[in-house]
Design a protein around this ligand. Structure first.
Ligand code: HGY
Ligand code: MN
Ligand code: MN
Length: 418
């Protein structure tokens, strides 16, 4: 992918309007706003619809051709001099229940800012430029995460995705129709020449090292399992300990085991039990049911498989000893994904040329870019998260860092689009 001719360096001085970008971030954050400056826009809820409507309105106002596909992915397309595969950027605007205003939103809105900057400069690119807002990246309501982009690249059957039931019993297909985003555009259109996503780091590395940008080299492996336990409810006072089949005890012991497992495996291994529901959930009744999730991640696939093997062995042994039945379901399973060396190098070189410090790093979180990497060269640009905080209303990124990230994104896309 060759760099474009740049007469008199006109492009070199091109900068996004970061105030305008921050204003869009603030306005989108008003949709589903929760106390503390955060956002709750779980996928396919009314809040997600309102956010989608706002972004589609901005896309149309920027002259983008807007398409919505059968899983609700929104793509704004800016024609280039030639037809053919588009250079794409974007991310997601759905959030977790206690979300921050930057996770995903920054990537979509920075893409719109790139378009507006090019429009104002009257620059026409050789290749088409696309900005995507993928459906249900978080996976918090409907598993797996990155659902929309996974369907987009053919990694998940559309009908299976549409049939997915959420943690609240809702169905993806019905919810898409209800909010008016069960689109008709063919899934996987437009074809993508290259994909670059701007995203907050959601971790402490860049801030700790005082580096402005991250050139993301890979995404670590993700393993989500839901366990459902069936024990025997009984009286908390009269039932001897040796006679109990306590589902709550097995769930709680497993949560503690996951922490020990991560510590014993060390390295990049992380483990989280983020959801536990007990039944009947009463102070004086031994729980006869438990539903909980285990999120295991590692940059190394073999070690992630080792972690999974030890987790399942632990649950099986403990449940057998407690005479508790176990059923389990894989909610998400993605191997580690390496990004494209050429795109990574281009991100690094562009940041350096623009005078921003940058370092290579893996991503601890999953992202839509890891799915686009299945069909085209892809990589990501990180900006620092203050305190390494994310999936928390206190998520924050300084405006200077947002400006640096958006400027780097602009020039990388401009180079890729020719
Ligand atoms: O879970 C993740 O890594 C992402 O936030 N969906
Ligand atoms: Mn995200
Ligand atoms: Mn997230």
């Amino acid at each position: 992918m060759s760099a474009p001719a740049d007469p008199a360096g006109a492009y070199a001085r091109l900068r996004p309007d970061s105030a305008r970008l921050l204003d869009r971030i603030a306005r989108l954050a008003e949709v589903g706003a929760i106390d503390g400056g955060g956002v709750c826009r779980l996928a396919l809820t009314d809040e997600d619809k309102a956010g989608r409507d706002l972004v589609v309105g901005w896309m149309r106002a920027l002259g983008l051709g807007v398409s919505v596909d059968a899983i609700g992915n929104i793509v704004g397309l800016r024609p280039g001099r030639s037809a053919g595969p588009a250079v794409m950027t974007g991310s997601h605007i759905d959030t977790v229940r206690t979300g921050g205003r930057y996770d995903g939103n920054l990537g979509v809105l920075a893409g719109l800012e790139v378009v507006e900057t090019l429009n104002e400069a009257g620059i026409e690119t050789e290749r088409p430029l696309a900005v995507a807002a993928f459906t249900n990246e978080e996976g918090a309501r409907f598993a797996p995460d990155m659902m929309g982009s996974l369907v987009y690249v053919g990694g998940l059957d559309l009908d299976a995705a549409l049939a997915t039931e959420g943690i609240d019993g809702a169905c993806v297909g019905a919810e898409l129709a209800r909010i008016g985003y069960r689109g008709t555009a063919p899934v996987g259109a437009p074809e993508v020449h290259a994909f670059v996503e701007l995203h907050v780091e959601q971790g402490p590395v860049l801030e700790r090292e005082g580096v402005t940008l991250g050139a993301v080299e890979s995404v670590q492996g993700i393993s989500w399992t839901e366990f459902a336990l069936r024990g025997v409810s009984n009286h908390a006072g009269t039932t001897p300990m040796a006679l109990r089949s306590d589902a709550g005890y097995v769930a709680a012991e497993t949560a503690a085991f996951v922490r020990r497992l991560a510590r014993e495996l060390g390295g990049d291994q992380v483990g989280t039990v983020g959801l536990i529901e007990l039944g009947p959930n009463l102070v004086n009744v031994i729980a006869n049911s438990a539903r909980f999730t285990v999120d295991l991640r590692n940059t190394d696939e073999a070690r992630l498989q080792e972690a999974e093997r030890r987790l399942h062995a632990f649950v099986d042994d403990l449940a057998a000893a407690e005479r508790v039945e176990v059923t389990r379901r894989t909610l998400a399973r993605f191997e580690p994904v390496p990004f494209d060396p050429q795109v990574i190098a281009r991100i690094e070189a562009t940041a350096a040329r623009l005078g921003h410090t940058i370092r290579r790093m893996p991503s601890g979180a999953g992202h839509d870019a890891q799915m686009l990497a299945r069909v085209c060269p892809a990589a990501m640009i990180f900006v620092p998260s203050v305190g390494g905080i994310s999936h928390n209303v206190r998520e924050f990124t300084a405006k200077g860092d947002i400006a640096a990230g958006a400027e780097t994104l602009l020039h990388v896309l401009l180079e890729l689009a020719g």
